[in-house]
Structure formats: C-alpha cells, structure tokens
Design a protein around this ligand. Structure first.
Ligand SMILES: *Cc1c(COP(=O)(O)O)cnc(C)c1O
Length: 321
C-alpha cells in the first residue's frame, strides 16, 4: 500500500476553517478508492485459507464488488458476487458492465432473503466469504492502518492535525477503522460518518460495534469521537440529492470527481461543516476511485447482451417529487 497524498482545497476553505482532502481515490493505479485497503488484507487471509474462489455481496453498482473482482482475479481467485437492487444511474450501470468485463460471476437477488440463500449456497460450495463492503474486523483494520498513515503525515508537517475527518458511511469499516486508529494514537481528530445507506439504525449500530472491537482498550474513546449524521441521505440509498449535486459541482472545480451515492453526500456534509466554522482543520477523506474506467471496461458486453435479471436490479431512480 503506497501512501496517498493530502491536499489543501484553498478555494473551498474559509478563514476559520480549512478544508483538506485525503486522496484515497489513489490507493491503487488500476482501481483506487477505499475498498483497496480492506481487500488487501482479506485476500491475504483467503490465500492462507487455501481456497481458490471467493464470494461477496453488494448492490448492483457496488465498488466493493468491482474491487474484489479486480484484485481477487489478480491474486488468482475465481470471484463470485451476489448482487441486490440499487437505483439506476449511469454510474451504477458502468460498474455492472465493468464487473462483467472483469469476469466476475454475478448472482442477481431481488431481495435480501434471496441474497442470503444464494450466499449460503456459494459458501457451502467452498467459497471464501468476503462480507458486505469488506467490513469485518480484518478488512476494517486496513483503516486503522490508514489512521497511522495520516498521523505520519501530520508528524511530518504535511497537514495540521485535523479536528474532524468527514467520510461517507456504507458498511462502516472505513469510519470504524479511522475512529479506532485515531483513538489508539491519541490524536484529537474526530470522525463524522455521513450515513448514505439504509436502514440507518442498523448500519450505525454495526458501525459502533465494529469500532469498539477494533479499538480494544480504547473503545470508549473511539466511540466518543465518532459522530454520525443522516441529514444527507435524502430519499434513500443511491438516490440523488440536490445538496449532493451542488457539492459535486464544487468538487469538480478543485479536481475531485464524485459519484452520487457516497461521495457527493459526504462532500456536502464537509462543505457545511466548513461553513459552520467550528473546526479549524477539516479533512474530507475521498473514498471514490479516480483511476480511468476505460481499461476496466474493455470487453464489456452491450446492454442487450446482459442477463435481464441483472438489469432488472437497476431500480427506477429518484421518485417523482
Ligand atoms: C464503499 C464506499 C464507501 C463506504 O465505505 P464503508 O467502509 O463501506 O463504510 C464510501 N465511499 C465509496 C466511494 C465507496 O465505494
């Protein structure tokens, strides 16, 4: 894992509150984003288990499924994924095409109950199981290490010690690992986890549990520095919001490319916190790959050649207002 850079976003900062970005979009030149730090550890463990194939689960446009497919295949695994519905956006369909181009075997499930049955059947056939978002203790420990990486950058004077890190929260591994890491390091940095998935109560509960397990003797400290907000979820998981769209436009002016499900919503939260001016240094942790998609889409099937059961998982996007 090479260190990802940090950068001050001067034009989006205010006098009382500086906005920085941590470039985890560049965790890997082939495919970046936050799944890379988690999948590395999970694949090492899968190798040690002696298994030759893996199965994971995610929404239709899941970055985690694509990352598992890319890095799993590179490590010599056959990769399978059970996929569940997600509101349709051009980005979601692009992820689906990339999954198919990378040779991932996709199993469509219309409901979570169906997904559980499919998963159980694949695991019974000897697949190594990688959980949603790669967010078990082992996967999320990649973000404990990322907290150490940031502490090193602070120590070397590359950025001031952040008062707040803002990160989108899906399966929770990223926010949990960072909060646990900051607590064990004794940094003052707090974590704002922007809830973008549903049901929020369930994911927030598993975020708290994972944080405590990762932090060990620092569990209370880690919990107390973790803040969650549902204010940016809008109509629900994967649905576009106006605040998100506006935030994505601001981001594009400083060279950051956001997608609507996670990063647009988290960046909107970061901009609001800058406007509040309560924290001197705010670090937006950028979790979405900025690697070019063209090489990953090479050989992707035309829509007409895609299993209609998969395409039916692309649910109608924003309901009419
Ligand atoms: C998966 C993902 C997240 C959520 O990370 P978790 O560790 O699952 O909470 C955030 N941003 C992007 C771009 C993602 O793909």
């Amino acid at each position: 894992m090479t260190e990802t850079p940090v950068r001050l976003l001067e034009s989006l900062s205010r006098r009382d509150s500086a906005l920085w970005v941590k470039h985890d979009d560049r965790t890997n030149p082939l495919y970046g984003g936050n799944k890379v730090r988690k999948i590395e550890r999970l694949l090492e463990h899968a190798k040690r288990s002696g298994k030759t194939s893996l199965v994971t689960i995610g929404a239709l446009g899941s970055h985690h499924v694509l990352a598992t497919g890319i890095f799993g295949a590179a490590a010599g695994f056959l990769v399978e994924a059970v996929v569940v519905p997600q509101p349709s956006t051009p980005h979601v369909l692009e992820m689906l095409r990339a999954d198919l181009a990378r040779g991932i075997r996709l199993f469509p499930a219309a409901t979570l109950a169906e997904a559980s049955l499919l998963l159980a059947a694949r695991i019974a056939r000897g697949r190594y199981f990688i959980p949603l978002g790669g967010s078990n203790e082992l996967g999320a420990s990649g973000y404990v290490e990322a907290a150490h990486e940031l502490a090193g950058q602070v120590a070397r004077g590359e950025l001031p010690e952040p008062d707040l890190v803002v990160v989108p929260m899906g399966s929770g591994g990223t926010a949990a690992g960072l909060a646990a890491g900051f607590a064990s390091l004794g940094l003052r940095t707090r974590v704002l986890a922007v809830t973008v998935t549903e049901p929020p109560w369930l994911l927030e509960r598993s975020l708290r549990r994972l944080t405590a397990r990762l932090a060990g003797s620092h569990a209370r400290d880690a919990q107390s520095r973790l803040e969650t907000t549902r204010s940016y979820l809008g109509g629900g998981y994967g649905l576009i919001t106006q605040e998100g769209d506006r935030a994505a436009l601001s981001a594009s002016q400083v060279g950051l490319h956001l997608e609507p499900t996670y990063t647009a919503k988290a960046f909107a939260a970061a901009l609001d916190r800058v406007a509040l001016g309560r924290e001197r240094t705010i670090l937006y942790w950028h979790t979405f790959s900025s690697a070019p998609m063209a090489p990953l889409l090479e050989g992707a099937p035309e829509d007409a050649a895609i299993d209609p059961k998969l395409l039916r998982l692309a649910r109608r996007s924003n309901p009419p207002r």
